[in-house]
Ligand binder design. Sequence first.
Ligand code: ZN
Length: 147
Amino acid sequence: MIRSILAIAALLTSFGVAAKTCELSIDGNDQMKYSVAELKIDADCTEVKLTLNHTGKLAKNVMGHNWVLTNTADVQALASDGMKAGAASDYLPADDARVLAHTKLIGGGESDTITFSTAGLTAGGDYSFFCSFPGHWAVMKGKFVFG
Ligand code: ZN
């Protein structure tokens, strides 16, 4: 058992495969704003660990926030479909390929941390993040820079 673990470790090292988890954090508040307009990770990040903090006090049904990653070109249509999906679905259509990653919808004082692989992203691609709560995406959005 130990021998095989060492063999695997040696194999990974010899191929130069290094997992790199890059951590990001962003806040949302009761003024319907994110704390940053851009999030950036290096091209060698294999995984992203992102935490969304709702620093406000308002409840999820009044001032809910999430963090949704998608192609910039899909933001508007996805936000529209998210609104149609309704509160029971956290304002996101189920199993939608346009959703590259997302946190759950949270209210004031809550936070959510997600981990996702960058394997489905292209370095240099045009990505954006936004909040899919109805009406928020127009203000609550930003650039996600990979690479
Ligand atoms: Zn929001």
